[in-house]
Design a protein around this ligand. Sequence first.
Ligand SMILES: Nc1ncnc2c1ncn2[C@@H]1O[C@H](COP(=O)(O)OP(=O)(O)OP(=O)(O)O)[C@@H](O)[C@H]1O
Ligand SMILES: [Mg+2]
Length: 351
Amino acid sequence: MNAMNNPYTLVFGQPPIEIIHRTAQVERIVSEFNSPRPANYINLITGVRGSGKTVFITQIADTLKTKDNWIVVNLNPQRDMLVSLAAKLDSDKSLHKLFSEAQINLQAFGIGLSIKGVPPISDIEEALKKMLESIKKQKKRVLVTIDEATNSKEMRIFASTYQIFLRERLPIFLIMTGLHKEIDRLRNARGMTFLERAPRTVLLPLNQNQIIENYMHTLQVSQAEASILAQQTKGYSFAFQTIGYFVYENRDNLSKALDDAKEYLYIFAYEKIWSELSARDKQVTLAAAKVPSGEIIKMRNILGYSSNQFNPYRDRLLKAGILVSPRNGILKFALPWFDEYAITRSEQEEY
Ligand SMILES: Nc1ncnc2c1ncn2[C@@H]1O[C@H](COP(=O)(O)OP(=O)(O)OP(=O)(O)O)[C@@H](O)[C@H]1O
Ligand SMILES: [Mg+2]
């Protein structure tokens, strides 16, 4: 088998060829933003590393881009986001024309040409307000996407200005992705209270039936085999690609393919996820890994924790997308083989 032809991808951040559409979750946001009187202008997308946040916002951006009343701008949270926003809006041909006609002089920010007899605007917030007002008059809307938002200075400056635009009912919408922890830090920062009320989308696992169909079709395996493989993914996006990839390379040895996939997940996702857990979170994760039945009571026994002591960890690991709770009193792993990984990893850490 030639890896060049492999339709599955091991690369993060690009829309994959083999994709399981999150139609319902994409549609909900698109139709909300598209409605004549939107109830929300913001959506925060969270999910564990490799769950598909970048691919998800790209899909929303691409969907809205095809509509001619939408302008989509992707901002890098490491840069001066307000100037970038002005520059990117101005680089849209029809908007550039609009801004020139409205005599908005952006020269002070090194954007566009000077306009005769019109003094340049020196305040970026003021400039953006004027730009958004003329966009509003055209009945157009702007979507800003920010991938991997963190509680950085640039991000906080952008967010506080954005808050002002919202108050003035300017048509600017925002989708941000980030790890649960980072989004929380940003939301809890001073002056970010509006983010507290912002709706959140927690990415759901990919649909099992669609994964089965995809594997049957693309890998040419039987339905029984496809079901086993689909179950192994647990609907985790990166595992869907990784398992697909290695089975495509090794169709007559599924257990070898799964071992390869597992190792790949360990190195390219779980190392990072693990390293971002606190020492206590690791202990709780390890206790969960030692209880295959998922009974919380047994995990608490291992740790010697009361339920009050245990609950905050449970909540955090659930929100982080590492554990799921299929029913009361039970915790299971959301990521394939993460329990095995936790056990192996902890043994290495305890010399
Ligand atoms: N809907 C999907 N269907 C199939 N594969 C997907 C889907 N979404 C993402 N993937 C695949 O999963 C992997 C991770 O996706 P992505 O880079 O979007 O995750 P992420 O949540 O942004 O991760 P990180 O937190 O590291 O930025 C990639 O290989 C991507 O191709
Ligand atoms: Mg990403």
